[in-house]
Design a protein around this ligand. Structure first.
Ligand code: ATP
Ligand code: MG
Length: 240
């Protein structure tokens, strides 16, 4: 569903992704772990065309996204829902309208259907009764969950999560991890989850990729990662 082939991305002198290659099958949940500043967000942004690689190929469902022009990116963006590290909600819209936005944009649905889907999405992220509030009047953790609801409501084939649970309490974190797991099982969604949380990765990932300074230093199942000899991976495991 997603394949990187020798992807290189630099900013000035700094090479952030250094010949990154991996392949993700449809329906898999893959966690990307790595310390801060190692290129995880840059990797996701390359998939949806917010950044373009300097070299290499990025295949998304049979299309080389790295070769697409900005105008031809539409179908891939529709296929990929991305939950950004920062919530980035529309401040002038209520929570309800923020979540309904993508539905209104991509689908022609009766208002009653929109309403029931928004309420369901809110309840899936453990938020009820805040539809009429504005983003500035809810907490950061709530904003993060609204941004999650806004993306999953579209039920995209590919979900890219950039640290979906960072800064959230353990109970909400568990709820969101179950949600990611449920979506991929029920809708066969392919999920790429950037995280610092080895615990979550060990609990729900089909596969774990560890990135260090722009290179993949570990890539395998939960079982193989548990037995990794790579120092950075051992450090992550030591935190569990
Ligand atoms: N648009 C940009 N222009 C210049 N440099 C950038 C840009 N985006 C990212 N970088 C640099 O690329 C490197 C990797 O950034 P990235 O955001 O991918 O890190 P990350 O692994 O997601 O870190 P974190 O865990 O803190 O979110 C950093 O050194 C960052 O400063
Ligand atoms: Mg990041």
């Amino acid at each position: 569903m997603i394949e990187f082939k020798n992807v290189v991305k630099s900013f000035g002198q700094k090479t952030v992704l250094n010949k990154v290659s991996f392949k993700i099958e449809r329906g898999q949940i893959v966690f990307i772990l790595g310390i801060s500043g190692t290129g995880k967000s840059v990797m996701l942004k390359n998939i949806v065309g917010l950044l373009t690689p300097d070299a290499g190929e990025i295949w998304v469902d049979g299309v080389d996204a790295a070769k697409l022009s900005e105008e031809s990116y539409g179908p891939i963006r529709k296929k990929c829902g991305m939950v950004f590290q920062q919530p980035a909600l529309f401040d002038s819209m209520t929570v309800f309208e923020n979540i309904a936005f993508g539905l209104r944009k991509h689908f022609q649905l009766p208002e009653s259907e929109i309403k029931s889907r928004v309420l369901k999405a809110l309840s899936l992220v453990n938020l009820d009764d805040i539809g009429e509030r504005f983003p500035s009047n809810i907490s950061y953790g709530m904003q993060k969950r609204v941004s999650l609801a806004r993306t999953i409501i579209i039920e995209p084939e590919i979900l890219l999560f950039d640290e979906p649970t960072t800064g959230l309490d353990p109970i909400t974190t568990n709820a969101i991890n179950s949600l990611i797991q449920d979506l991929s099982r029920r809708l066969k969604t392919t999920s790429l989850v950037v995280s610092h949380d080895m615990n979550c990765a060990l609990a729900i990932a089909d596969r774990i990729i560890v990135l260090d300074r722009g290179m993949i230093v570990e890539d395998g199942t939960v079982e193989s990662v548990r037995n990794s000899k790579v120092p950075l991976v051992k450090d992550f495991l030591a935190e569990v």
